[in-house]
Design a protein around this ligand. Sequence first.
Ligand code: NAP
Length: 47
Amino acid sequence: MQLKPIAQQVVAVVGASSGIGRETALQFANRGASVVVSARSQSGWSH
Ligand SMILES: NC(=O)c1ccc[n+]([C@@H]2O[C@H](COP(=O)([O-])OP(=O)(O)OC[C@H]3O[C@@H](n4cnc5c(N)ncnc54)[C@H](OP(=O)(O)O)[C@@H]3O)[C@@H](O)[C@H]2O)c1
């Protein structure tokens, strides 16, 4: 399967308030993806 470059992707991450989900969302965002996040609680996005 041929994926678009990350900067052209929309990535949805659930459980993005901490841990693996948070890090995954930050890494995709740092690489230019459009990121949609969700979780039950909120966390500071300090990066
Ligand atoms: N960290 C590691 O090195 C590692 C290694 C191997 C496996 N794992 C496994 O990978 C999973 C995630 O690990 P993690 O370190 O990222 O954990 P974490 O820091 O506790 O993050 C869990 C995430 O899932 C969400 N969540 C927790 N309980 C939930 C529920 N009942 N319903 C919906 N969302 C829920 C939390 O968000 P909200 O509470 O805000 O909704 C949070 O964003 C765990 O099952 C862990 O055992 C982790």
